[in-house]
Write a protein that binds this ligand. Structure first.
Ligand code: GUN
Ligand code: FE
Length: 419
């Protein structure tokens, strides 16, 4: 048994924060969290890992990002979605036919994720099978866990980044066959978005999801031009979500990025089918997609998680995604004269941690009975406060100010992978 001692802070559910000054987490030898102790015992028959005055928080979960877009973070930020895809993104992703380039990029990405405190991801690769396997290897090596998808896209991508319908099917099967070797990183089916996939491919992916019990991720109602295009492509579907539902891709655990313009009917369909929203606040502002109604979604009982959406989003560090989520929710609150209340620090932190872990089946912030996902944050390097801060105040400052240099240790799936 192990005992990790420090100032424990977590959000068991949205709107609730637990602060345990000088608390502790008890772990089994194989890294499963067995107990959350409000007060660390003086003596323990266990290996003690003393974090001193540092804070112990749940790790972050990035529920939507594009690994091959890591080299283009901070580029093309003045274009709306479809132009941004055609001008920058597809050309950039085409580069991942080169496995040496993929290896270098993905090693860097995996290291930046884990040292930044993100231990679980739901991630898009590119359409390249071999580079996707390289990505999965690098995530495993670094200690990042979660789901990765080889992207399917057999139309509307220009000539630089194209697969035929047959290639897309064949390569998806080849990729799935090769995924069995991974322990912590699993495959998820990833039709890029409706305009990128023919009906035949979507139908085939839906059947594959059903046959093999695979989860699905994609994009939904991100941008008004995109929505109009989807309507032209599928005149039989009253709403965007129905283009996924029609083919069996709209189901429990399906992750839909953005949902900025999802109205009440579309949101109700999410709730009814157990679809999870990956809200990407930074991306939505960068490429002028809009401001998602996150408060409404939460009030309605939807599962809302957060994504960096690299590289529509320009920040990989999830604490910064959390604070951006707060700011963007305040924009919406001001626009609606307070009708849509903004998200508090505790709430947004919950979305970036607890809500994501819940999608993976580990509920409560710190999930007793599950392998530990946690970070240790040392706030000793921040400006000296004018008075002693409460643990709640220290937590708030950590959310706003922490960077890699403050993250002293990271546990992922029960293993200490940093520090
Ligand atoms: N919709 C389809 N592809 C993409 C992508 O790469 N990024 C974003 N933000 N939206 C998309
Ligand atoms: Fe995206």
């Amino acid at each position: 048994m192990k005992l990790i001692k420090g100032n424990v802070v977590y959000s068991p559910r949205c709107g609730e924060l637990v602060t345990l000054p000088h608390g502790a987490l008890a772990l089994s030898d194989d890294g499963v969290l067995t107990e959350i102790l409000p007060a660390a015992p003086e003596k323990a028959d266990a290996e003690v890992i003393d974090c001193g005055d540092a804070l112990i928080l749940p790790s972050f979960v990035d529920m939507h990002l594009h690994a091959p877009q890591y080299p283009m973070v901070g580029l093309g930020m003045d274009l709306p979605l479809i132009d941004w895809l055609n001008t920058y993104t597809f050309k950039n992703e085409a580069r991942f036919a080169d496995l040496d380039f993929a290896r270098r990029t993905y090693r860097r990405l995996a290291d930046d994720l884990i040292t930044g405190g993100t231990t679980r991801v739901c991630m898009f690769s590119s359409l390249h099978t071999d580079a996707t396997l390289v990505l999965m290897e690098e995530l495993e090596r670094a200690g990042v866990t979660g789901y990765v998808g080889k992207v399917n896209m057999d139309r509307n991508s220009g000539d630089v980044l194209h697969e035929t319908t047959e290639e897309s099917k064949r390569e998806t099967l080849r990729w799935l066959d090769a995924c069995g070797d991974f322990r912590y990183v699993k495959p998820i089916l990833t039709p890029r978005f409706t305009p990128s996939c023919t009906d035949e491919l979507m139908a085939w992916l839906g059947r594959l999801a059903e046959e093999r019990g695979l989860y699905v991720q994609s994009h939904l109602s991100e941008n008004l031009g995109e929505i109009a295009w989807v309507r032209e492509l599928h005149p039989d579907c009253p709403q965007y979500w129905e283009t996924y539902a029609k083919y069996g891709l709209w189901k429990d655990h399906t992750v839909m990025a953005h949902c900025v313009h999802s109205d009440e009917r579309e949101r109700e369909a999410m709730l009814r089918h157990g679809v999870t929203v990956a809200h990407c606040a930074d991306s939505n502002i960068n490429i002028c997609s809009g401001v998602a109604p996150v408060r409404l979604m939460l009030d309605e009982g939807l599962s809302v998680t957060l994504g960096s959406d690299i590289a529509g989003g320009a920040m990989l560090a999830m604490n910064r995604v959390v604070t951006t989520t707060i700011r963007v929710s305040k924009l919406r609150a001001m626009k609606t004269d307070g009708k849509d209340g903004f998200l508090t620090v505790d709430e947004a932190f919950c979305l970036g941690t607890t809500a994501g872990h819940r999608w993976f089946g580990a509920d409560g912030g710190f999930a007793v009975g599950k392998p530990l996902h946690a970070i240790v944050v040392d706030d000793g390097g921040f400006a000296e406060p004018v008075r002693e801060l409460t643990l709640r105040e220290r937590f708030e400052r950590c959310v706003y100010l922490m960077d890699k240099s403050a993250i002293r240790a990271v546990w992922s799936e029960g293993r200490r992978v940093v520090g």
